[in-house]
Structures are given as structure tokens and as C-alpha cells.
Design a protein around this ligand. Structure first.
Ligand code: CAA
Length: 380
């Protein structure tokens, strides 16, 4: 096991760091306020190869490993978690799922555009009454012979309005429970598909989160992904990798807040000295650093397992559980280190604190990660 970074890893990490500082930092406060992420920035991320990083170059991807992906996620998230969630969903939940499980025709038609960033994807699993309990799908896709008829509502969908293609999970046979669930590729322009209102969120406010409404949408049969009844497993397998990406997002949020708190503590004076010289502050920084390093190790380990072809499901959940708690704890303490300034938008840490919270909720809440981890440790 060797976690040292190669020349290629360092190059892609530095490219992401540069992009985050020069392109994402200016305007990040306004994007949070206006709840808007400009299309030009998505295009730039696509041009840099951040949107289909692990996809085989024959489908337009970067052919990189998972380590490269988590390095990019960390760097973008230090500055703008709204940008990194777009990257994460497109890479992990859309491109990965299509490359691993879609037919050659589906890959040619959709993956080639999604991997380059020419098109953007969304992953639609959650519903008003099926968040954590993902098997309780109410959205139905009825088999009509040459097509399926899709009806229902999806909630909290990242890239809800900016996506062109949507992977939609739906119940095709209620009697078969999770074995009667399928995943479909749905195009935005199809009749009966409507993008619902945008959510007004606590954090990652630049990213567009919407409900989606499907009203008798006709899905051609060839747009089903995999064998009949594969949809729930498809969602679980896709989310297993997604959780590594969100863990890296949480790590980046934590690391960004830590760096700001450290720099601030070396400048701000109180009681005749820089506040970093007070043990109350120095110990906060030490705690942040320890948890950030531990998160990074868990994430690198999960990424390594994935690249080695090992079963990384529990490792990804472990990394996400720990890193998201670290993001929450670190950002709260970073605000505290900044005192009154920490409560003010221009110092960035209050936004990072708001952004951190979602990492304990999406792609499986912390409680869901504990279900997966505990079931696994008790199985033998
Ligand atoms: N890989 C392959 N198969 C898996 C699997 C995995 N990781 N996890 C479960 N399965 C299979 C099981 O083996 C089982 O199959 P069999 O019946 O053939 O054995 C089947 O799936 C059902 O599994 P469970 O009995 O464990 O199902 P459950 O109802 O107890 O639920 C759960 C399991 C882990 C709690 C699951 O419901 C879950 O992950 N819930 C959270 C959903 C989630 O993460 N949503 C996030 C939405 S997407 C998002 O957030 C994107 C965004 O905005 C950024």
C-alpha cells in the first residue's frame, strides 16, 4: 500500500487548486447569496477535464484514478462546495454508473457528452417519502412494450435544472419490492418532464437543487440501464463511489476552514499577542489538523481500494461518516477562532460551516453510513 502522490496526481491537484483560487474564489460569496452557478464555470470545469475524470478516454474522459478525483474534490471544496458537488454528481453518480453498467449504445449516446462536460447529468433517487429508505420508491415506470411510462416526483435533485440527462430510479413492479426497481436515462426535453421549484437552502447555495415532476413521460425501452430489476443495485453501487467523493468534499470544506482559521490566528492579536499563541486557539488548530489528516487517510484508503478492484463500500461509508463530522466540527471551530469576524460573510468561514452540514445528509445520512458499517461488522 503506497499513498504517495505521483507527478500526475500533483499536476491535477495543482490545476484544481489554481482553478479554485483564480476562477472560483472571485464571486463565491455572490453565488452563495444569489443561489446561482454560472454555466461558463461549468464549461471551464469541463475543459479542465474535471467532469469525467475517471472515464475511459475512448468515451471522452480523463482515464484518471480515484485518487486524482478526490484530490480535485478536496481542492475545489476548499473554496466552493457548490462547484464540487456538480463535479461529484457528474463523475460519481452519472458517469461512473453509465461506464460501469450502461450498454455500448447508451455510452456512445450519453456518456461521451457527459464525460467532456458538453452535457451535465443528474441522479434522481430521492423522493418526498423515499430519502434514507431508498427502496420505498413511489415513482413508477410501467412497461408498455416498446417504452416505459414514467410518473412521479423526485426531490432535492442536484443539477436539477442545469442537467441535460437524468438517471431516474423508478418502481416497475411493486410486488417485487427492491427487485422490481429500474434505472433509466431520461432526457430533459421529453414531453411530460417538468423541473419543479428551486430549493432555498442553508448551504451549497450556488448549486441548483430542484424537485422534478414526471407526468406520463415516455422512456424508450433501450434507455433502461442493465437487466430488468437491476435499478436498486445500480443505485447502491453508484452511491458507494459517490460517498468517497462526498467524503473528499467534506475534507476540502474542513481543510479550507482550517487554513483560514490558522492564517487568521497568526494575524489577529488579543491580550498582547497573536491569538495562535493562546493555548485555547492552538489546541483548536491541533484538533482540526488531526481530524483532517485522519479523514484524508480514510479517503485515500477507500480510493485506493476502489482502484485496486476491492470491495470499497464500507470503506467509503467510513470515510464519509468521519470526514463529514470533521467538516462540521472544524468549520464550527473555525468560526469560533474568527470571533465576530467569523459571523460575517466576507471571512468565508460561516459559508463553509453552512456548506459542511449537507455532507452529513446527502448520499446517505451519517445514520445510513452507520447502518452499512454496523451491518457489515455484525455479519460474521
Ligand atoms: N452494492 C450492491 N448491492 C447492494 C449494496 C451495495 N452497496 N447495498 C445494498 N445492496 C443490495 C443488497 O444486497 C440487497 O440485495 P439482495 O436482496 O439481492 O440481497 C438489496 O440491495 C437491498 O439491500 P438492503 O436489504 O440492505 O436494503 P435496505 O432497504 O435495508 O436499505 C440502505 C439499505 C443502505 C439503507 C439504502 O437504502 C441506502 O443506502 N439508503 C440511503 C440512500 C441514499 O444514499 N440516498 C442519497 C440520494 S442521492 C444524493 O444525495 C445525491 C446528491 O444530491 C449529491
Amino acid at each position: 500500500m503506497d499513498f504517495s502522490l505521483t507527478e500526475e496526481h500533483l499536476m491535477i491537484r495543482d490545476a484544481a487548486r489554481d482553478f479554485a483560487r483564480t476562477e472560483l474564489l472571485p464571486g463565491v460569496i455572490e453565488r452563495d447569496k444569489d443561489q446561482h452557478f454560472p454555466k461558463e464555470l461549468i464549461t471551464k470545469m469541463g475543459d479542465l477535464g474535471f467532469l469525467g475524470m475517471m472515464v475511459d478516454p475512448k468515451y471522452g474522459g480523463g482515464g484518471m484514478d480515484t485518487t486524482s478525483y478526490v484530490l480535485v474534490m478536496e481542492e475545489l471544496s476548499k473554496i466552493d462546495a457548490s462547484a464540487s458537488v456538480i463535479v461529484s454528481v457528474n463523475n460519481s453518480l452519472v458517469c461512473y454508473g453509465l461506464e460501469a453498467y450502461a450498454s455500448e449504445e447508451q455510452k456512445e449516446k450519453y456518456l461521451t457528452k457527459l464525460a467532456t462536460g458538453e452535457s451535465i447529468g443528474a441522479f434522481c433517487l430521492s423522493e418526498p417519502e423515499a430519502g434514507s429508505d431508498a427502496t420505498s420508491q413511489r415513482t413508477t415506470a410501467i412497461n408498455m412494450g416498446d417504452h416505459y411510462l414514467l410518473n412521479g416526483t423526485k426531490n432535492w435533485i442536484t443539477n436539477g435544472s442545469s442537467a441535460d440527462y437524468y438517471i431516474v430510479i423508478a418502481q416497475t413492479d411493486k410486488d417485487k419490492a427492491h427487485k422490481g426497481i429500474n434505472a433509466f436515462i431520461v432526457e430533459k426535453t421529453w414531453e411530460g418532464f417538468e423541473v419543479g421549484p428551486k430549493e432555498d437552502k442553508l448551504g451549497i447555495r450556488g448549486s441548483d437543487t430542484h424537485s422534478l415532476i414526471f407526468n406520463d413521460v415516455k422512456i424508450p425501452k433501450e434507455n433502461r440501464i442493465g437487466e430488468d430489476g437491476f435499478g436498486f443495485k445500480f443505485a447502491m453501487k453508484t452511491l458507494a463511489g459517490g460517498r468517497i467523493g462526498i467524503a473528499a468534499q467534506a475534507l476540502g470544506i474542513a481543510a479550507g476552514a482550517y487554513e483560514l482559521a490558522k492564517d487568521y490566528s497568526k494575524q489577529r492579536k488579543a491580550f498582547g499577542t497573536e491569538i495562535c499563541n493562546h493555548q485555547a486557539i492552538a489546541f483548536k488548530l491541533a484538533d482540526m489538523k488531526v481530524n483532517i489528516d485522519a479523514s484524508r487517510h480514510l479517503i485515500m484508503h477507500a480510493a485506493w481500494m476502489k482502484d485496486e478492484g476491492m470491495d470499497y463500500n464500507v470503506a467509503g461509508c467510513t470515510a464519509k461518516l468521519f470526514a463529514s463530522q470533521t467538516a462540521m466540527d472544524t468549520t464550527i471551530e473555525a468560526v469560533q477562532v474568527h470571533g465576530g469576524n467569523g459571523y460575517v460573510k466576507e471571512y468565508h468561514v460561516e459559508r463553509l460551516m453552512r456548506d459542511a452540514k449537507i455532507t452529513q445528509i446527502y448520499e446517505g445520512t451519517s445514520e445510513i453510513q452507520k447502518i452499512v458499517i454496523s451491518r457489515d461488522l455484525l455479519k460474521n
